[in-house]
Design a binder for this molecule. Sequence first.
Ligand code: G
Ligand code: G
Ligand code: NA
Ligand code: MN
Length: 249
Amino acid sequence: AGLESALAHALTRGEYVLHYQPLVDTRHRRVVSAEALLRWESPEHGLQSPAAFMPILERGDHIIEVGAWVLREACRAAQSWGGTDVRVAVNLSARQFTSPGLLDTVRQALRETGLPPHRLELEITETLMMLNPERTERVLRDLRSDGVRVMLDDFGTGYSSLGYLARFPLSGLKIDRSFVRQMMQDPQGKSAAIVRAMVSLSRDLNLELVAEGIESLQDLDVVMAEGICVVQGYHFARPAPDWRPPGAG
Ligand code: G
Ligand code: G
Ligand code: NA
Ligand code: MN
């Protein structure tokens, strides 16, 4: 109960912060996006990862307000990066994605901050995408027609069927970092074969492909050898507060 009641006040007390971790396009040696990652600076418990408190927030309605704050704050930060076209990526929770107000919340965050819609990227998981496929399809169409990008996060670990990749208007796929780990252990193994299929699939479906969890130069070499150009991971940068894109002043 300690965490739960402390969380109820975290938003009004200004205890939430966003850390940012860049996504790098290795072809152009350029940061293309930065993922906003929520942290709770709890006075009693210290810096908390969403893994610790998201499950608690998901049980209440409060998560809708926190999600709206994350969207607005991420858009505000990205707008403050100045004359760059670096995007900002925001993770959506299940409650937030299925809430009737999602589209309004996104539009309001863009309107209030003045961030161009094409600089906002939303990350959803396969599980979330499959909760209500009909609704997902409508919501994604609305978001995409506004110009907002949508990425499928942790791709390869969920339960979506490949048919949905054609049906849903996604912008791209983020290959779960477990594939990179397994490829490093066995470069000719089954995970490598699956990643090769993902590369081919994303090309044919015109989806951007991102490899997560790049922790070393060796990881980078392996994914680049498979033709994956957009990467993210500790090798480039850990999530950090007050992040700005290179050259943004
Ligand atoms: O940053 P970290 O590895 O601690 O994140 C743990 C999990 O929390 C990841 O799955 C990440 O996607 C998720 N997460 C991070 N920030 C947010 C956020 O703002 N909203 C939601 N819904 N999930 C987030
Ligand atoms: O579920 P999602 O992919 O959104 O999780 C994002 C989280 O993954 C971030 O919060 C971050 O802390 C973590 N992360 C980012 N880069 C790396 C990495 O290179 N290695 C590992 N192990 N975790 C990472
Ligand atoms: Na994510
Ligand atoms: Mn992910």
